[in-house]
Each structure stands twice: as structure tokens, then as C-alpha cells.
Design a protein around this ligand. Structure first.
Ligand SMILES: [Zn+2]
Length: 261
């Protein structure tokens, strides 16, 4: 694992002094690392990321973390747009569909730990491009091992309780209840208009991340919620609520009035 500087001109200031609070994982979907680096540093391409990790686990720094890199595009997370202003983008060199190498995943875990430590970013805030742009983006894809990476605090993996699984079949058929659950989990159905993203796109994106087995099952129906989708969605929503409660600073006691003269 070596580190290299490959400065990209494709960045600007984070809007309204926003600080990085998310890490967005991407794949390059290009023939080679060299081709990806050329594109991510080409002023005409107007795209970039903060980091790129190649198959050998080498880390290339393209944009200073203080600046806004241009990696997420039209996107939304936890009800807020302009994901670029509040995130750090990491590209994994990968032709779409190939397994990631262990060296690459190891380098990603080390880099994420470092970014998380310096920016106080919790594990649940490491997500994929497909999570913030359902229906439009599909990276890092079903080959990205989210469950395995969560064991190293790169993302969170849901462990549904019996309560999370309760009545899940009925909820899976209710667009209204699914929409509310997705909202609690961070995904905004119709964030950018009537059908953008549509509920089925959000279900598809969630399954890519948290229910990859539906893509491997010959009878699987990606984009259609299952009992497992609902149970894991509830578990993620619950983890987010618990994390938010933990991160809420305690209410300070009111300052007593000065003593009367
Ligand atoms: Zn991407």
C-alpha cells in the first residue's frame, strides 16, 4: 500500500462552510486505473473524487478533504441535497462486476478509519453512491462486501430483532409505510420530483447494499420489497435513531440569574 498525489483541478468550496459528515464509496467502471486518473483530473470532464484506490491497494489523493470534490452529482441523504458539500468521495478502481481485491478493501478500511477519526464520522455514515442517487447510480455494486466491511466499521450491517421482523410481509406491500421507513433509514423517495427516485428504485438501491442475496437468487425480484427488506430496513432505521440520540449533546442547565444587588 503506497500513497501518491495526483491533484485534480475539479473541485470548489464546500457550500456554506459545510464539513464532511459522510463517506461515499464509488467504483470507477473504467478499463484501468490510469484511464480513471486521467478522467478524474481532466478539467473538461468536471468530475473528481478525494481519493482513488487501485486493485493493489495504492491510494491516490486527488482533492484536498477541505474542498468539495465532484463525485456524487444529483443526490440526497437524510433529506439533504448537495451530498458533495458534506462528503468525502472515494473511488475504487474496478470494471463493473469484477470482485474487489483484498488489498483494495484493506486500503479502503485503513483510509476510512483515518478519515472517520479526523472528521468524527460514524460508521453508519459510510454509504454507496447508489444509496444517495437511487435509480441513477449503481456503484459500488452488489460485489462490494458491505457485511464484511461493517465488521471493520466501514458502514453498518443490520441485525434485525423479532420486533423488526413483526408483520413485515404486510409492510412490504404498503408503499406508504415503506416510504416512511426509507425516510428514517436515510433514503428519500421522490427527493427530486414525482418519480425521482421512484419507490422501486429506492428498494433496488437498498437491496444492492443490504440485501444482495436477491440479486443472486434465481427467483429474486430486485426492486420489490420482501419481508427481509422490511426487517433490515427497520433495523437500519433503529440504528440511525440510536446513533442520533447518542450524538445529541446533553441539554445544558440554564445559567442561574446573577444575585440581586
Ligand atoms: Zn459513483
Amino acid at each position: 500500500m503506497k500513497c501518491f498525489d495526483r491533484p485534480s483541478p475539479n473541485f470548489d468550496d464546500r457550500a456554506n462552510g459545510a464539513k464532511p459528515e459522510l463517506i461515499i464509496v464509488h467504483y470507477t467502471s473504467m478499463e484501468s486505473t490510469a484511464a480513471a486518473l486521467t478522467r478524474l483530473t481532466d478539467p473538461a470532464a468536471k468530475v473528481s473524487s478525494h481519493y482513488l484506490i487501485d486493485e493493489k491497494g495504492n491510494i491516490f489523493t486527488l482533492v484536498n478533504e477541505e474542498k468539495r470534490a465532484w463525485h456524487a452529482g444529483v443526490s440526497s441523504w437524510m433529506g439533504k441535497d448537495d451530498v458533495n458539500s458534506r462528503s468525502i468521495g472515494i473511488e475504487l478502481s474496478n470494471r463493473n462486476g469484477e470482485p474487489y481485491t483484498n488489498q483494495q478493501l484493506f486500503a479502503l478500511a485503513i483510509l476510512c478509519k483515518d478519515i472517520m477519526h479526523r472528521n468524527n464520522i460514524p460508521p453508519e455514515n459510510i454509504i454507496g453512491h447508489s444509496d444517495v442517487a437511487p435509480g441513477r447510480k449503481f456503484d459500488p455494486g452488489t460485489h462490494f462486501p458491505w457485511e464484511k466491511m461493517a465488521r471493520h466499521d466501514v458502514g453498518r450491517w443490520p441485525a434485525p430483532t423479532l420486533a423488526d421482523a413483526f408483520n413485515a410481509a404486510a409492510v412490504a406491500k404498503s408503499p406508504v409505510r415503506l416510504k416512511k421507513l426509507f425516510n428514517d433509514a436515510g433514503y428519500t423517495v421522490h427527493a427530486h420530483g414525482k418519480d425521482t427516485p421512484a419507490l422501486k428504485d429506492v428498494i433496488f438501491a437498498f437491496q444492492q447494499h443490504f440485501e444482495p442475496e436477491v440479486f443472486e437468487d434465481a427467483n429474486g425480484t430486485p426492486g420489490k420489497a420482501t419481508e427481509t427488506t422490511v426487517a433490515r430496513l427497520r433495523a437500519i432505521a433503529r440504528l440511525n435513531r440510536e446513533a442520533a440520540a447518542e450524538n445529541t449533546p446533553p441539554v445544558k442547565p440554564a445559567t442561574p440569574p446573577p444575585p440581586a444587588p
